[in-house]
Design a protein around this ligand. Structure first.
Ligand code: MTE
Length: 464
């Protein structure tokens, strides 16, 4: 481990389990908000008895017997869901454009971004977490993108919105939305993670599901104008202009310093998200996109960019968004989001109904570039296997990983460990605490552990 808490990869020689071709498929109760067959929604104790009974009944029968204990209703009278023709097969369906803006199925309405009860005193200065356990691939649906506001959100009239660029520039300018949307645009997929993601877990296990441990991160395709284009347009001072200040139009006086090197690199003044205009909660009509850097710098409802020759040390840089170190000192301007990963399924709050095959799936991301590798352990970090990275693997974006796992029914501890293309390895909780202590709020990227009990219950635990 390096002095600054970063860990460099050592080649790993772990055991590699060979995937069996014949599998009993395990079934899983998703997090509580997902749809359930009523029978499956029983308490873990009932499920456990059912599970044990099935194990006894199928002992010695091999896979064919085990399959009968699974959810496939292949025996007896046949499945009424197949045999009885439903109305949707015999009747006329809904007309086109019944909903001018499409919505998810009524059966998916439990999947919501949610506030963590008691986290803040008022909901206007709070967080709604993305339900990572229920999303697929790498794009977060816009309606499930996490929200973090310091002073509530607004639906601002774009015809009245302005972006001013001032400070160390030859020509101070004010742009309308129309001006901005005529300029050359770029579209890129990036994650945004609040620096406070996983903040509640610094000292001990605190929250029950991946939605609350890790849901202050989302990943979208953003469209907008590179900030470099606007800075050039205004003739920024190339000698003395070393920083820019971004300012939001809401009442929180959100102002953040961005080094000029980043501003000229991949920072974007964005109006688009996932193929449409930004959602109001995410900064409509204009926000800053600062790839790799903590969410607070992604100023929403962006109204002003000032070019300056030194950092501003604003309230959100001097008293908030600083890291309390074990010696009592604070670290300032630590915006980079280091490599991190989490298994999203199976994850805490879910319930494994059968032993057998499971697709273990999760997300990995790094503020410094691409994910090179993700290792997965099912025994609390003793042995690791390398997961499959699904394409695309993009820089400063979510990478989806998957790995096969056959659950024997014995207790297990699932972990994932991300390695990015700088060689940085996601630290264990113990390694992170050694450097950072336990009293921080921001930048907790420890390896997450999910314990699977023999009942199939999955819970949040911390192991070193
Ligand atoms: N910008 C303004 N103007 N006001 C805010 O309250 N919150 C910041 C940042 N930009 C904020 C803001 C914080 S702390 C985060 S983590 C991200 O926006 C959250 O972006 P999101 O709500 O689109 O997920």
């Amino acid at each position: 481990m390096l002095h600054d808490g970063r860990i460099i990869e050592k080649p790993y020689k772990g055991d590699v389990q060979v995937m069996k071709t014949e599998r009993q498929l395990g079934r899983l109760i998703k997090a509580p908000e997902n749809f359930l067959v009523p029978e499956d929604a029983k308490s873990p104790e009932v499920m456990r008895r059912k599970f044990l009974a099935a194990g006894v009944a199928t002992a010695g029968l091999g896979l064919a017997g085990a399959a009968r204990a699974s959810s496939n209703p292949v025996s007896g009278q046949g499945d009424p869901n197949i045999l009885n023709l439903p109305e949707h097969t015999t009747g006329l369906g809904m007309p086109v454009a019944a909903t001018g803006y499409g919505l998810p199925s009524q059966y998916e309405k439990g999947l919501q971004r949610r506030e963590s009860p008691g986290l803040t005193r008022v909901s206007a200065a709070s967080v709604a977490f993305t339900p990572l356990q229920g999303t697929f691939g790498i794009i977060t649906p816009s309606g499930l993108h996490f929200e973090r506001h310091h002073q509530g959100w607004w639906d601002i009239d774009p015809s009245k919105h302005r972006l001013m660029i001032n400070g160390l520039v030859r020509n101070q300018k004010v742009y309308t939305m129309d001006d901005l949307m005529r300029l050359p645009s770029v579209s890129r997929i990036h994650f945004i993670e609040c620096g406070a993601n996983t903040a509640m877990e610094w000292g001990n296990v605190a929250v029950p599901t991946v939605q609350y441990t890790h849901g202050m991160v989302s990943c979208s395709e953003f469209t907008g104008v590179p900030l470099s284009v606007l800075l050039e347009d205004c003739g920024y001072d190339k000698k003395n202009g070393r920083f820019v200040l971004a300012e939001g139009a809401d009442g929180s006086s959100m102002t953040r310093t961005i080094p000029m090197s980043l501003a000229l690199d991949d920072v974007m003044v964005a109006y688009g998200m996932n193929g449409e205009m930004l959602r109001p909660e995410n900064g409509y009509p204009l926000r800053l996109v600062v790839p790799g850097v903590q969410g607070v710098s992604w100023v929403k409802w962006l109204r002003r960019i000032e070019v300056g020759d030194q950092k501003w040390a604003t309230k959100d840089e001097a008293i908030h968004y600083i890291d309390l170190m074990p010696d009592g000192m604070h670290r300032q301007y630590t915006g980079m989001q280091e490599a991190k990963s989490v298994i999203t399924t199976p994850s805490a709050g879910q319930l494994l109904l059968d032993k057998g095959f499971y697709n273990v799936s999760g997300l990995a991301w790094s503020g410094r570039g691409k994910i090179r590798r993700v290792d997965v352990s099912v025994d609390g970090g003793k042995n690791w296997r390398t997961a499959r990275l699904e394409s695309p693997v993009l820089t400063k974006a979510f990478t989806r990983f998957n790995i096969d796992w056959t659950w024997s029914g014995a207790p297990a501890i699932l972990q994932s460990r991300a390695i990015d293309d700088t060689g940085y390895v996601q630290p264990t909780v113990h390694q992170l605490r050694e450097v950072r202590g336990t009293r921080s709020i921001y930048h907790n990227n420890m390896i997450q552990s999910w314990r699977i009990a023999d009942t199939g219950e999955v819970s949040n635990v911390q192991v070193s």
